[in-house]
Design a protein around this ligand. Sequence first.
Ligand code: ATP
Ligand code: MG
Length: 302
Amino acid sequence: GQITRQDLQYLEILGHGNGGTVYRTFHQPSKVIMAVKVIALDATQEEQRQIMAELDILHKCDSSYIIGFYGAFFAENRISICAEYMDGGSLDGYGAIPEPVLGRIIVGVVKGLNYLWSLKIMHRDIKPSNVLVNTQGCVKLCDFGVSVQLLTSLTKTFIGTNAYMAPERILGGEYGIHSEIWSLGLSTLEMALGRFPYLPEGSKPSSLVPFELLQCIVNEKPPTLSLEHFSPSLIEFTQQCMQKLPKARPGITALLQHPFLLHYDDGGEEVIAVWVRRLLEQMRIMQRFPSDTSLASTSSSV
Ligand code: ATP
Ligand code: MG
């Protein structure tokens, strides 16, 4: 059945984004824990109907690499989108991810993208905060652009630029799978390094991207990883994805055949699961003993 505001018990805030807030909720009738994203939206009745109709395709998305969708509803001038809750959260808060874990994560990301592209859906917002993991070792994509009307209503209020956009998209050129491959490469690079490669250590790209940063992405040679710390196949993977010329980037077939992905496409979800569980446990301990910083140093030796 339809999900309503009254059926949901709001438990805690999972995070704030550019346009909305995500809550962990309990759906009473089904007894299911859901992640509900609430976004303020100025949309007419007609636009609301359009958004609901377009979001309907999410019911047909059936892949273990795509976040599950339970439904959406409007209340006042807000839309609530109810999705599968992932207890590991998103990958923007985990620092540098060890290569054996990262490799298996990227395998999941690419399979998820391949699934969306096969349905002619463009993700449009690939970045570490839109890749979710759980303690079962699943990797799932969220926040992809299925509703043109929702994107339109959102860009009325928000600036449509982000730091993960490919150079050609920043320049207003044609957008396609090649542009998504750039964002995949940049996200991989960020998760390997534990920081956004175009910015100094400790700074995160904000939603209001400074002109200088965009200029740098468009004009400079793309950042790469050093051979000292990373395997040649990972380095080559990010370099191929982050070529300035869109046509020079690998297509989906070449991507799926890349040695970095072939090497880690071994059904090794357990590697991810162990890593997620360990980090969550460390965070739990640090919350209990905020002054004990000795644990922070052990997290990088996974
Ligand atoms: P932006 O708004 O720029 O896309 P964002 O992706 O960080 O940034 P949101 O999509 O609003 O913002 O998500 C906020 C946070 O909520 C995420 O970073 C993530 O940690 C958490 N989150 C989102 N969806 C889920 C989910 N299904 N399960 C668990 N946590 C989630
Ligand atoms: Mg998001």
